[in-house]
Ligand binder design. Structure first.
Ligand code: C5P
Length: 312
């Protein structure tokens, strides 16, 4: 149980992600698509604070993005994460959670998954459950396909629903400029749209099993830190689906690539666009040019660590 004074919070920070490589297969019996993904955690973070309390509750703190439309009831993924952990660990204590959101909502960067991952780590520390890491990862995958990666961070290949992870080692940093959209896209809708486009033969068929592994070009680029090579390997099967739901994204990609990006790609199910830059200076220039075109642009880098307690 907690040793914390009632006015002290556990503070956990969890990153958003970009899918560098995302090939989507068919729908499996659990309703999810099988996929292979290469994830990279980037320096855009969710902060979760957890205070001791009798009940489990969540609120949103002063955040740079508008959180007014987000649920704070039992459907909130952070609340679900805390309740799942409490049940699993046989804890009867509660937690008052506060989330500071920076990762765009329904933006394809795993913001909700980061909240869930941060909550698991925060409540684990608050309640002293001491669950082994594998157990936390398994709880994460019950909460959502991207939650285990938000726990793990760095860069990883994900298979299955995206939650069976193996780390990709490499210390080199990459610089990205994110172009944030005004609205969000529903992830299930984007997957459904991909299925429709495939049925209508408007996009290539799903990859065969033989092609269902991470591109060695991407893995090599991650290890060597070669941004130009990574740009060549960036792929997202969900991109045509996201762009058919949000056609204005094509212009954003065009502008970024004309303004010096090595490559622009829809992040996950979108609509955030991630532009890979050659280096930090190129990213800064690109950010300025996108901002001049009234696009909300942020310079981030990756890989960064997964969900972890922030000391002090
Ligand atoms: O796991 P998560 O809640 O993030 O997934 C949201 C939705 O995205 C799922 O309900 C499903 O419709 C779709 N999805 C999918 N295949 C995946 C991951 C997500 O079809 N591998």
């Amino acid at each position: 149980m907690t040793n914390l004074p009632a006015d002290e919070a556990v503070h956990v920070r969890a990153p958003g992600k970009i899918n560098l490589y995302l090939r989507v297969g068919g729908v499996e019996s659990d309703g999810y698509h099988s996929l292979v993904s290469v994830y990279q955690a980037v320096s855009l973070y969710e902060d979760v604070y957890a205070w001791p309390d009798d009940e489990i509750s969540v609120s949103f703190g002063d955040s740079p993005i508008d959180t007014s439309g987000l649920a704070t009831d039992d459907t909130n993924l952070a609340v679900r994460a805390a309740k799942l952990l409490a049940t699993e660990a046989g804890v009867s204590a509660g937690a008052r959670l506060e989330i500071i959101k920076r990762v765009p909502i329904a933006g394809g960067m795993g913001g909700g998954s980061a909240d869930a991952a941060a909550t698991l780590i925060a409540c684990d520390a608050l309640w002293g459950t001491g669950l082994p890491r594998e157990r936390l990862l398994a709880l994460g995958s019950e909460l959502g396909a991207d939650v285990p990666f938000a726990l793990m961070g760095g860069a990883a290949v994900g298979t299955g629903r995206g939650d069976a992870l193996s780390a990709v080692l490499g210390k080199e940093q990459f610089h990205w400029v994110l172009a944030l959209a005004e609205g969000g896209l529903s992830t299930p809708k984007v997957y459904d749209t991909l299925d429709e486009l495939r049925r209508a033969r408007a996009v290539p068929k799903q990859p065969t099993r033989a092609h269902f592994s991470a591109d060695p070009v991407v893995l090599h680029a991650l290890r060597s830190g070669n941004a130009a090579q990574l740009a060549e390997g960036l792929v997202n099967d969900l991109q045509p689906a996201a762009m058919s739901l949000a056609p204005e994204l094509a212009k954003v990609i065009e502008l970024g690539e004309r303004s010096g990006a090595l490559m622009g790609i829809v992040s996950g199910s979108g609509p955030t666009i991630a532009f890979l830059a050659a280096d930090s200076e190129a990213a800064l220039e690109l950010q300025v040019m996108l901002s001049a075109a009234q696009i909300t642009a942020m310079h981030v880098h990756g890989p960064v660590s997964g969900a972890r307690v922030v000391q002090g």
